[in-house]
Design a protein around this ligand. Structure first.
Ligand code: G3P
Ligand code: CA
Length: 321
């Protein structure tokens, strides 16, 4: 297999080889061969000093990135508390200490990238425009601030540049491409213009061609294949595991981002053993989230960011062993 196996660990097992304590990044060597008890204690002490500094001096946002466990990704922003895929929803997600935001993107008729889930505006606005047949100006004239109360009245469909501009240092964005590969050139140009770092960006898509072309043009950027698993009337989960494994290889994905129905321990292990990352969506209850954490999910996409952050932060407070 071409991939290096990535693993996750807790503070008690953590080493500088596999998980950067400051930035939370994953590295490729899970083992700690030959490490002595003294060295382990030294690392633990250094960690306590460093993390203490961060908790004491860091911004509210930075505080959330010193804990462990899966990254908590705000699904369409803080979409339980604000209209989905709006700047208000993304800003609120950061306030709720999300590690990352997820948003859905389409290309307009005049070549702009906008943040909206469906291919038309029917569900989020009063008027129904088809995104790819409309100009940015037409789309921006719509009010997508539908939400109980009037707090978000007047919200507009954001451009991808506006969404990028909300992403704080050390936080990430998961860009879901909802249209076809025709978006890629423009997307890469927007990514370049954004000034975001490589590790702050991940592309996600159900469209294998989008992943394949993106990885061809930007092999250094992360791309995860989205797969929605369904149970058939006969009780089988589809697509089949072999199909998914083949698809991951064919489109050169870095990993799988799966719906929560794909929760078999064996399958998740198979994905990770083959060197792919495993991520899961959309999980809004703590019990299920904790199970996926145990199974090794690198991120959990949720509509309830505050609840998930509280859950993982509580579990992962650093402790000297
Ligand atoms: O993170 C993946 C998830 O967002 C895919 O489902 O329908 O919410 O875009 P959907
Ligand atoms: Ca999405």
């Amino acid at each position: 297999m071409k991939k290096t196996i990535l693993t996750r660990t807790t503070i008690s097992k953590c080493s500088i080889d596999n998980h950067c304590l400051r930035c939370g990044k994953w590295a490729s060597n899970p083992g700690v061969p030959g490490i002595t008890l003294r060295a382990t204690l030294l690392v633990a002490v250094i960690f306590v000093v460093i993390s203490g500094d961060l908790w004491a001096e860091g911004s509210e946002i930075e505080k959330s990135s010193v804990d462990f466990g899966p990254l908590v990704i705000a699904h369409r922003g803080a979409s339980r508390d604000a209209p989905e895929n709006t700047i208000a929803a993304f800003r609120l997600a950061w306030k709720q200490h999300a590690d990352a935001i997820e948003g859905d993107f389409h290309l307009t008729k005049d070549g702009h990238i906008v943040c909206i889930h469906d291919k038309n505006t029917k569900r989020v606005a009063r008027e129904n425009l088809v995104v790819k047949e409309s100009t940015l100006k037409q789309l921006r004239a719509l009010d997508v601030g539908k939400h109980p109360g009037k707090a978000y009245k007047g919200s507009v469909i954001p451009t991808i540049a506006e969404v990028f501009s909300t992403v704080p240092e050390k936080k990430k964005i998961y860009i879901e491409v909802k249209c076809g590969a025709e978006i890629i050139e423009k997307l890469l140009s927007e990514i370049r213009k954004s000034g975001l770092k490589r590790e702050q960006i991940a592309l996600i898509s159900f469209n294998k061609e989008v992943i394949r072309k993106f990885k061809t043009k930007a092999p250094d950027l992360k791309a995860l294949l989205l797969v929605s698993f369904k149970r058939t009337k006969l009780g089988e989960i589809r697509p089949a595991q072999e199909t998914v494994m083949k698809d991951l290889a064919l489109c050169s994905a870095d990993g799988l981002s799966a719906s929560r129905q794909s929760n078999s321990k064996e399958f998740i292990k198979k994905v990770m053993t083959a060197g792919y990352e495993y991520h899961v969506w959309t999980v809004d209850d703590v019990k299920t989230a904790n199970r996926f954490k145990e199974l090794g999910a690198m991120s959990i996409t949720t509509n309830v960011v505050g609840l998930m952050k509280q859950n993982f932060t509580k579990q992962n407070r650093p402790q000297l062993q």
